[in-house]
Design a protein around this ligand. Structure first.
Ligand SMILES: *Cc1c(COP(=O)(O)O)cnc(C)c1O
Length: 835
């Protein structure tokens, strides 16, 4: 072997200290060429847009990479408290437009691309949405990460790298058809694999518990079947501030061990193929929004995320601070996004007890001072419970710990309320019965120092209803954090024309200080500004109409009122109420009752959980009604209806700028917050809505005269339950009777007899939990007010401007500032190379 002699007189070169990259268009263009040609190996015979997209991402990723490193160094130097956002879902959408905006490189990249006559929009379309979430909860996590980076807070997101994200929805014969979302097929160029930080996750086996002489419970978890968790890091850039935070997504892989018995008996392929089972854990996202199905694989996913992430944090702690855990709770906080990661509570206990040899009291002091829990729903069917037997089989050591947590907790309850057996039964983490269950929400509350709801009403209802007993015991734990959305993605990136118009008037400071939008209030009555505002809205409506034509094959006239309801399909969100109104409008047209008519285009979109039969039937109804309405020559342009297939983040980026009317019509008390409502408001849509979730706060901000309110409030809904009589309401309301008669007659299902009977039965049942029929008349009245308001375009423009102007509160920058001030208490820490 030949060894080159090392010249010791030269200083050591550093692998990691490199001069900053240049961002001039010329350099960017060269980097793009280099990646395309040298890294990706393309030549002149192969000019696929996809590879150009990839080369562009790699060019930008380099710029993110240096800021990422400098952010990590800054957090290290600062050595302050850190937060970890624990979530089974991140509905990220596309990253390219967001990275360009946040890096502030839009113009430079435009120039670089123009050298090759490349079109940005075409390249952006090459990226598949990262659909690692169902709906609002997952999108909230994504908006939160954007705001944390923008506020320069040391927050790391932990999640799962599902091989298949949210299914793709097709409509065939009016019905939803699901197709797997193989979003990683062409690779995901934003992610960096970090095998050096892999963790080992245990499952199965059995637990050996011993009470030591000093009273300490020591446990051993033996004969486990282990799986590896491999982290993939995704960069999360802040808005033009040099900060890049991390989203760490775990992927499951087999350990290198082998079943020796099988191997020696010659079954080599069998012993290798058994390893496929490991990878199943992170194969697919469960597509249930607001309901649980109790599948074992889902519990595996939850534990996999919890254990990998906690081990990762502890390993970093030991790497820096050594084995002393005294200050761990002072320096770390975990925010649990719903109960999905609630198993973090017993898992942190296990790691501290079994791996770090702490006493129970020491471990509990740390755990219960580092966990914070966010509740996202009041729907009982969404409350997670796991059979004790499943826990016993899958995570026996965790079950020991949960029992011990519960025993000590119930002792506390009992000393506070002596003899109150019923209270103990109600509050127990273990629900007794033929199949005992672990109540994950109670586990989360007991193990956390903070419990929050996601809108004022929701937080109040939690304290008075579902969590009443816990509120009585620990009122100081409970608080509210009204949700938000990031104005970077939802206004600055999604609505460039509106962004330009606003910035021209008030500067661009609003993009990371959304309260500045208030400066638009004095302009709301300005005729000239109103005209420009309406022109931008119309251009966005043309863009949306184009998309609707492509995707739904329905013609929307941009001068009509665009009336939009897009969100997961669920009975509580009451897409049915919307459809009843559409049928009523159709009925009026057929009757010739069209004086002072306001033409409307109604767009409804959203995915139904594949196992939710009623939701799928609602999708079918929307499609059938659309078919009848759109093909009736008597209707013409007075009314159009379309079902938007495969609703997701990228679709919403076109939909919300082009919307006039935002439908937020859930049964009061059922929608915890809603965030779609906020995206629409920021983009100048008016809301028709109930007093539910954040609608209440939206109406307070914009003023009741700029919001179309209808329906029962949450108290009235609760009070209506016993003596709800839909038959009487229908008998007394001719409009409603005619609508239901049309439905019943089979007018919308001529060759499919009876398919909408389940819907009719649900609507007319005395036990309908969603009280759709009860709100119909008032909804109609509010819709008439909408139609009338729209005919006065000046008035409409003023209301629209005021909606945007008053939307500042609904930035996640405000939400995250509140999380930080009241729960996390992190020090904002600029990146070392702050731009
Ligand atoms: C914002 C958003 C949601 C949440 O909408 P809600 O109306 O609050 O239910 C769901 N899905 C996507 C893709 C979103 O962007």
């Amino acid at each position: 072997m030949h060894h080159r002699t090392h010249d010791r007189s030269l200083p050591h070169a550093s692998l990691t200290e490199v001069p900053p990259l240049s961002n001039d268009p010329q350099t960017l263009a060269q980097d793009l060429q280099g990646y395309y040609t040298h890294h990706l190996g393309r030549d002149r015979n192969c000019r696929t847009t996809h590879y150009i997209y990839k080369a562009l991402v790699l060019t930008l990723r380099d710029r993110l990479m240096e800021r990422w490193k400098n952010t990590r160094y800054a957090y290290q130097d600062n050595n302050g408290r850190r937060a970890y956002y624990m979530s089974l879902e991140y509905l990220m959408g596309r990253a390219l437009g967001n990275a360009l905006l946040n890096l502030g490189l839009e113009e430079e990249i435009d120039q670089a691309l123009s050298m090759f006559s490349l079109d940005m929009e075409e390249l952006e379309a090459c990226e598949s949405d990262a659909g690692l979430g169902n709906g609002g909860l997952g999108r909230l996590a994504a908006c939160f990460l954007d705001s944390c980076a923008t506020l320069q807070l040391p927050v790391c997101g932990y999640g799962i790298r599902y091989r298949y994200g949210m299914f793709r929805q097709h409509i065939r014969n009016g019905e939803q058809v699901e197709e797997p979302d193989h979003w990683l097929r062409d690779g995901y160029p934003w992610e960096i694999e970090r095998p050096e930080y892999a963790q080992r996750i245990r499952f199965g086996g059995r637990s050996e518990v011993k009470r030591e002489a000093d009273g300490r419970l020591s446990g051993r978890w033996v004969e486990t079947h282990d799986v590896l968790a491999i982290p993939y890091d995704v960069p999360i850039p802040g808005f033009r501030n040099g900060t890049v935070n991390t989203l760490r997504l775990w992927s499951a892989a087999a350990t290198d061990e082998f079943d020796l018995g099988e191997f020696n008996s010659g079954a080599y392929p069998e012993s290798v193929s058994a390893k496929n089972d490991a990878e199943k854990i992170t194969m697919v996202l469960y597509p249930n929004d607001a309901s649980e199905n109790g599948k074992e694989l889902r519990l595996r996913q939850q534990y996999f995320l919890a254990s990998a992430s906690l081990q990762d944090v502890l390993q970093q702690w030991v790497g820096i601070e050594g084995i002393d855990m005294d200050r761990f709770a002072e320096k770390n906080v975990f925010q649990l996004n719903d109960t999905h990661p609630a198993i973090c509570v017993p898992e942190l206990m296990r790691l501290l007890l079994d791996e770090h040899c702490l006493s129970w009291d020491e471990a509990w002091e740390i755990t219960s001072n580092t966990m914070a829990y966010t509740n996202h729903t009041l729907l009982p069917e969404a409350l997670e419970k796991w059979p004790v037997r499943m826990f016993q089989r899958l995570l026996p050591r965790l079950l020991d710990i949960i029992y011990e947590i519960n025993a000590r907790f119930l002792a506390e309850v009992s000393s506070r309320w002596p003899g109150d057996r019923d209270r103990i039964r109600r509050m127990s983490i273990i629900e007794e019965g033929p199949e005992p269950m672990v109540r994950m929400a109670f586990l989360a509350i007991v193990g956390s120092f903070s419990v929050n709801g996601v809108a004022a009403l929701h937080s109040r209802l939690l304290q008075r209803g579902m969590f009443k007993d816990f509120f009585e015991m620990w009122p100081q734990k409970f608080n509210n954090k009204t949700n938000g959305v990031t104005p970077r993605r939802w206004v600055a990136a999604a609505n460039p024309m509106l962004t330009e118009l606003i910035s021209e008037q008030i500067g661009d400071g609003w993009i990371d200080d959304l309260s500045q939008l208030r400066k638009l209030i004095p302009l709301a009555g300005d005729k000239d500004f109103q005209q420009r505002w309406l022109t931008v809205k119309r251009d966005n409506k043309v863009r949306l109409a184009d998309l609707v034509r492509q995707r739904c094959e329905v013609h929307f006239d941009p001068d009509a009122l665009f009336d939009v309801q897009v969100k997961r399909i669920h009975e509580y969100k009451r897409q049915l109420l919307n459809v009843l109104h559409v049928i009523h409008l159709y009925d009026r047209i057929k009757r010739g009752d069209i004086q002072n008519w306001t033409p409307r285009c109604v767009l409804i979109g959203g995915k139904a959980a594949p196992g939710y039969a009623m939701a799928k039937r609602i999708v079918k109804l929307v499609n059938n009604v659309a078919h009848v309405v759109n093909n009736d020559p008597a209707v013409g342009d007075l009314l159009k209806v379309a079902f938007f297939p495969n609703y997701g983040v990228s679709a919403m980026e076109v939909i919300c700028p082009g919307t006039d009317l935002s439908e937020q019509i859930s049964t009061a008390g059922k929608e915890a917050s809603g965030t779609g409502n906020m995206k629409f408001m920021m983009n100048g849509a008016l809301t028709i809505g109930t007093l539910d979730g954040a609608n209440i706060e939206i109406r307070e901000e914009v003023g009741e005269e700029n919001f179309f309110l209808f329906g029962l409030n949450a108290e009235e809904v609760a009070g209506m339950r016993e003596n709800y009589d839909p038959a009487a309401i229908i008998a007394a309301d001719e409009n409603l009777a005619r609508v239901l008669q049309l439905l019943e007659s089979g007018h919308f299902n001529q060759f499919e007899p009876g398919i909408f009977d389940p819907i009719l039965r649900a609507l007319t049942s005395r036990n309908d939990p969603w009280l759709t029929v009860a709100d119909f008349a008032d909804y109609l009245k509010a819709q008439r007010a909408v139609s009338q308001a729209y005919r006065d375009q000046e008035k409409w423009a003023k209301m629209s401007i005021l909606n945007t102007a008053c939307s500042g509160r609904f930035s996640t920058d405000r939400t995250i500032s509140e999380y930080n001030d009241e729960i996390w208490k992190l020090r904002p820490t600029p990146s070392l190379s702050a731009k």
